[in-house]
Design a protein around this ligand. Sequence first.
Ligand SMILES: [Zn+2]
Length: 218
Amino acid sequence: MALNGFFDFFQREKTFRPKKRFTQGTIRYSLHKHAQASLQSGINLREVVKLPPGENKNDWFAVHVVDFFNRINLIYGTVSEYCNETTCPTMSGGSRYEYLWADGHLYKKPTPLAAPKYVELLMDWIENQINNEQLFPVSTDVPFPKTFVSLCRKILTRLFRVFVHVYIHHFDRIFSIGAEAHVNTCYKHFYYFVQEFDLISSKELEPLAEMTSHICKD
Ligand SMILES: [Zn+2]
């Protein structure tokens, strides 16, 4: 299925932060619309992630990073009331994986945190990056920083951890509200995007590798 109605579906559910929008009339806005239109026509997700001819790769990355942030934010929002310090005392993905948080400021050393705290810090951190116009320029007069691709890698790697936690610990909730097709489609789109541009290491992708092999076949 395509992503038709993805935002409509999730906006009926609880969300915990406003979604970032693109400014109308900018290149990024038209690329965002281009990406949305491709999705709505229901074509092959493996194809739609490819850089359109003549487009700038950094713009393409910026649009996708912001879109994925918004989508994953909505997805986590639907499980967040079931994700607390009692249900999820660690940011785990099953018994084999646990993520530790470090941000170089408040948490200088990798620190175990309850999942909701970890996700809150993670989403705040991403929001700060994408709202920083030095890092994600809104105007074409401002160049992308040299570190832009590595920043996108880091953001996407961290976003992937939210997928890991939601899939492994909260899929019953996703299922009970009938959102599994939406979440799977979002995951496939994300996965094909990061694979197309080799943005997340296979080691990081490992916690969902088994599931990925089942849902990312086409
Ligand atoms: Zn949880």
